[in-house]
Structure formats: structure tokens, C-alpha cells
Design a protein around this ligand. Structure first.
Ligand code: G16
Length: 589
């Protein structure tokens, strides 16, 4: 039973975080995002949600305060589930109701949902309350629930939530609000992990739940050890010597640049020049989102860098794209997430081939590992054609890492990437266990054979690349190791296939939630008539492809167009913007 003192402490905490008048929050592509000044109540409530999830799963949960690629005045929050992946989608409606609950009715709705979903809460929980009346209602509901489920309150472990934040100035206040929410659920601890990249926090949650030491140092050690291992097994020959060991990185003036700056002296190979480490405005004219969408040189890059291998991270370092500056211009040639995916696929396919060994028809004791790749509608059409030509299984999902990750987990090796540079490679437990045994066997029967090296490389990749979520830092080290392995310059890599010209635009409309899509976001089902109009427009252009979707991180509708030449892609995108304005109403505010 919660005593009088605890009840009033909770009431006090809740009353310090009222919902701003007129605000409406929704758990979007990647959690809640809004102007930072609106978010304290949301952080408090998401803290409660994280604590409940931790108690229900009897595991550590992560809470990351970031708005990633958004402008610096925005902030946001996302939760990491026990596996280190995104919060289970079944809890999202639940998060929405809680974030918006401002009256007894919506709070009750939240609790009903809560009880449907968490039928195994094993300890007494106190829940957000905004008045004494609420509190009585809640207590009664909880009491009934606990009785009905015959929940044993004594001896259940308390929850734990790991808290991380990026470099946004609003992070500190929001961190405090989240902490208050977490600790208002009796006994739950909020562990402050400090300023981190988003993928680092996800990695730590996963590590902690697996009994691995969840420190930043351990994260770096694991990454660097496996990076060096990949370098050690680079085939003998001259080609790798042709790869420049110089890399220039745009840190988006966010957390990733600073982390890389600390790491770069420990690499043994690669001289990294890190720019935009935090001295300028976050994501403004810098970062992976800017580079990928605008195809322009980021701040502090210029003609002197022409032709050099460059990479760009986003604000919280969960996205990575490569590029090189075109001579005598402020434009770049982009090597996007699709090309990173293709590079990884090529390398991993080669390792699987080597691992299976010579096909002599006599022995076939190989594990038939499945390899699949996952993309979204934003993937350049040329990349999908290329991957299919490589005889890879390609699956399409809606935008959002949570969707891609889920599909990639269906394979022994599942590679997913969004064109914007968000992605990773997942390895199944079954395949990894088999690989460990195979590696031991090969190290005694045929040490240093091609087969043995392939096993070692695959194991190293599984340790290097973040298994919890897309991670720009680990992605960067894998790209660097593979380019060296292949003996490829960035230009050679870029020539894998030629991108179809494309254009992305955004439109501010009155209500973006009026756009409802289907078929992995390639068709609009509402408002009626707009899809037919888009199709009619698209048909005018050779190789034309176009779709619209509401953004889940910004208050805009996004338009993507592709065609056989740049002018056509631009024209198609512009005419579809006009259709969006016509059907949805342009927001002049
Ligand atoms: C987030 C998601 C990505 C998504 C991006 C844009 O990235 O994690 O999966 O592609 O938003 O989403 P939308 O088009 O819905 O705005 P980040 O890097 O901002 O966390």
C-alpha cells in the first residue's frame, strides 16, 4: 500500500509538470518530438512509462532525450526496450494517451490500455495523478487489477531506467523531468549515463540486460577490437595500399563529433579530421540530414577538400552518409544509406560464400545462413535494382527504424538501411552460435584458410556493428574496414551503380495526420483522389516514381520524386507539392 507521504509526493511531482494548453503529442517515427519548451510534461510521463515497462519486463529500459536531426530548439524522447531496440510498438498508443492525458477520462483510458498490455506487473505501482479524485479512481483500479491478477507484491525487483541525452541545451531540464517521472513509480531507479549518442544508450541497455558491463569505455573497446580484427584479416596484396587513410568527418555540431574526436587517436589506422564538433549551431547547414537532402557541402568544407573521402553524422549520431566535394563547386556527390547497404551486402555475401567452402559435393555441413536486406520507399530505385541483381532478397517497410529492424531480424544476417543513413546489420543468435563453433573447428583444422578468415571476419562484424540500433560510429568503422579490404576509393564505391536523380521536398499543411498511406507508404488512401492525381503526374516522366507521407518527426508532409533526369525529378516533386497544398491546405502560419 502506498502511504500518505508517497501519495502526496507523487501528486506534488505531477502538479509541477502540467500539460501546456492546446498541445497535442504523438509518439511518431521515433518517439515524441516538439519544441523543447513544450516537452517537460511529456518527459515526466514518458519517465513513468519507462518505469512501468521496466517493472513489467523485469529488465533495464533506456530513455534517450534527443531530437536527432531536428533543429536545435526542438527536443524529444525515445525509449529503448530490453533488447536495446525501439520500444515495442504495442505500447505506442499507450504512450500517446499518457502524454496527452489531461482529464480523468483520458487518464482512465490510459490505465485501461495499461492493464491490457501489462498483465504481468508484479509490484505495486503508483501512476500519474493530477488531482485527489484521480488518485482515488486510480487506486481503486489498481487494487482491482492486482487482486484479479493475483499479483504478488512482495519481493518483486524494482525497475531501472538508463537515461541519456544529446548536447541540446534543453536536455538538462528535460532530464530532470524524466527523472522525476521514473522515480515516482515506487522503487524505480533512474541511472544517469550522461551525454551520449543515441546508439550508445541503446547499446548500453542491451549490454546491461545481457550481463555485460554497460560503460562507454566497454562500448569503445568492443568496437575498436573488432575493427582492428577486420583490418588484420585484409587479404594480402597491393590494392588495400591504394586506399587513402585520410577521412574527413562532419560531426553535425552534435554529440557524435566529440565522441569521435576522443576515439580517433586509438585507431591505429585512419587519420580522421573531425569538423563541426559543437562550436556551431547543431544541424544547421551541417549533418547527415542536410548533406543527404540538400546535396550541398556542409559548413567548414570547401574546395580544398575536393575528391576526399568525407562522412557526415547527424545530431545524435544514429545516421551516417558519405560524400565527396565536387571540384570547383559547393555541391557534393552523395554516397547514401543505400550505397552503405550495398557495400555491406557485397562484403557479407562474399564472406558467406567463402565460409561455405569449396563445393566438392561430398561434404555439406554448412549452415545455410539466410541473408536479407530491408529498405523503404525512399531507397533509390537504382539501389533496389542493383541489390536484386545481386540475387539478394529485398523487403520494403514503412519509414522508421522500428519497422526495418523488425524485418531484418527475420534473417540470419539482416541488413537494413534507410537512404538517409540510418541502419545496421543484425545477426541471429542461432547463426552466431554455429559460427563460434565453426570458428573453433577451423582454427584447429585449417587455420588461416580463406574459410577460417571468413568466419573470423563475420564474427568481428557482428561485434563491431551495433546490434541494438543503427549507429553512425560503428557504421563508419565498418565502411572504413570494408573499403580497405576491397581496396576501393570512395569513387570506386560510388560507381557500384548510378543513382536515379531524385528530389525531396516538405510541405507545411494544416493537418498532416489527414494523410493516410498504405503499401509501405507508396500509396495514399486518404484524402481520396490525391493518389490518382499523383499517379497522373508521375506518368508524365520517364522512370518517374513519387510518393508522399506525413513526417513522424516534423510537422510537415514529405514529398519524394525520382525520374530519369534531375530536372524531371525536380518538376515532378514541385507539381506534387502543389497537389498536396490543393488537397490538404497550405499552412500559412
Ligand atoms: C528518425 C527515424 C528514422 C526516420 C527519420 C525521418 O530519424 O529514426 O527512421 O527515417 O526520423 O522520419 P520522418 O520522415 O517520419 O520525419 P532521426 O535520425 O531523426 O532519429
Amino acid at each position: 500500500e502506498m502511504n500518505q507521504l508517497q501519495q502526496s509526493a507523487l501528486l506534488n511531482a505531477a502538479s509541477r509538470f502540467p500539460i501546456p494548453a492546446g498541445a497535442k503529442f504523438s509518439y511518431g517515427t521515433s518517439g515524441f518530438r516538439a519544441d523543447a519548451s513544450l516537452l517537460e510534461s511529456t518527459l515526466f510521463r514518458v519517465g513513468i512509462l519507462a518505469a512501468l515497462r521496466s517493472i513489467q519486463t523485469r529488465s533495464v529500459i533506456g530513455l534517450m532525450i534527443t531530437a536527432s536531426h531536428n533543429q536545435v530548439s526542438d527536443n524529444g524522447v525515445k525509449l529503448a526496450d530490453p533488447s536495446g531496440g525501439m520500444l515495442t510498438q504495442s505500447w505506442e498508443p499507450f504512450a500517446d494517451t499518457l502524454a496527452n492525458a489531461s482529464d480523468p477520462h483520458s487518464l482512465l483510458q490510459f490505465l485501461e490500455l495499461c492493464f491490457c498490455l501489462t498483465c504481468s506487473i508484479h509490484v505495486e505501482v503508483s501512476v500519474l495523478v493530477e488531482s485527489e479524485i484521480f488518485f482515488c479512481l486510480l487506486k481503486q483500479l489498481l487494487g482491482d487489477f492486482i487482486k484479479k491478477e493475483n499479483i504478488i507484491l512482495e519481493g518483486a525487483p524494482a525497475g531501472e531506467v538508463l537515461l541519456g541525452r544529446d548536447t541540446r541545451p534543453s536536455g538538462e531540464t528535460l532530464h530532470e523531468a524524466a527523472k522525476q517521472g521514473i522515480t515516482s513509480i515506487m522503487g524505480t531507479t533512474a541511472s544517469d549515463m550522461g551525454i551520449l549518442t543515441t546508439p550508445q544508450l541503446h547499446w548500453m541497455v542491451r549490454a546491461k540486460n545481457k550481463g555485460i558491463e554497460a560503460t562507454e569505455l566497454n562500448y569503445y573497446n568492443q568496437m575498436l577490437t573488432s575493427f582492428r580484427c577486420l583490418l588484420d584479416y585484409i587479404p594480402q596484396g597491393d590494392s588495400s595500399k591504394n586506399v587513402s587513410d585520410k577521412l574527413i568527418v562532419d560531426g553535425a555540431d552534435g554529440v557524435g563529433g566529440a565522441k569521435l574526436e576522443n576515439l580517433k587517436t586509438l585507431l591505429g589506422y585512419l587519420t580522421i579530421d573531425v569538423r563541426n564538433c559543437g562550436e556551431g549551431v547543431l544541424n544547421e547547414g551541417v549533418g547527415a540530414d542536410y548533406v543527404q537532402k540538400e546535396k550541398m557541402v556542409p559548413r567548414n568544407f570547401g574546395p580544398a577538400d575536393a575528391g576526399m573521402r568525407c562522412a557526415s553524422l547527424d545530431g545524435d549520431a544514429d545516421r551516417l552518409v558519405y560524400f565527396y566535394v565536387i571540384s570547383n563547386s559547393n555541391k557534393i556527390d552523395l554516397v547514401d544509406g543505400d550505397k552503405i547497404l550495398s557495400l555491406f551486402a557485397l562484403f557479407l555475401k562474399e564472406q558467406l560464400f567463402l565460409l561455405n567452402g569449396p563445393e566438392d559435393g561430398k561434404t555439406n555441413n554448412s549452415y545455410k545462413a539466410s541473408l536479407g536486406v530491408v529498405q523503404t520507399a525512399y531507397a533509390n530505385g537504382a539501389s533496389t535494382d542493383y541489390l536484386k541483381q545481386m540475387r539478394l532478397e529485398v523487403v520494403m517497410t514503412p519509414t522508421g527504424v522500428k519497422h526495418l529492424h523488425e524485418k531484418a531480424a527475420d534473417y540470419d544476417i539482416g541488413i537494413y538501411f534507410e537512404a538517409n543513413g540510418h541502419g545496421t546489420v543484425l545477426f541471429s543468435d542461432a547463426f552466431l552460435s554455429w559460427l563460434e563453433i565453426k570458428n573453433q573447428e577451423l582454427s584447429s583444422t585449417s587455420k588461416d584458410s580463406d574459410q577460417h578468415k571468413a568466419a573470423l571476419r563475420l564474427l568481428a562484424v557482428s561485434r563491431l556493428i551495433n546490434q541494438a540500433v543503427g549507429d553512425a560510429l560503428s557504421g563508419l568503422f565498418l565502411v572504413e574496414a570494408i573499403l580497405k579490404h576491397m581496396g576501393w576509393s570512395i569513387h570506386k564505391w560510388n560507381e557500384l551503380y548510378q543513382d536515379l536523380p531524385s528530389r525531396q521536398l516538405k510541405v507545411k499543411v494544416v493537418d498532416r495526420t489527414a494523410v493516410i498511406t498504405a503499401n509501405a507508404e507508396t500509396k495514399v488512401v486518404s484524402p481520396t483522389g490525391i493518389q490518382e492525381a499523383i499517379d497522373a503526374e508521375t506518368d508524365k516522366y520517364p522512370k518517374g516514381r513519387c510518393f508522399i507521407r506525413p513526417s513522424g518527426t516534423e510537422d510537415v508532409v514529405r514529398v519524394y520524386a525520382e525520374a530519369s533526369n534531375q530536372e524531371s525529378a525536380d518538376d515532378l516533386a514541385k507539381s506534387v507539392v502543389r497537389l498536396v497544398e490543393q488537397y490538404l491546405g497550405f499552412d500559412h502560419s
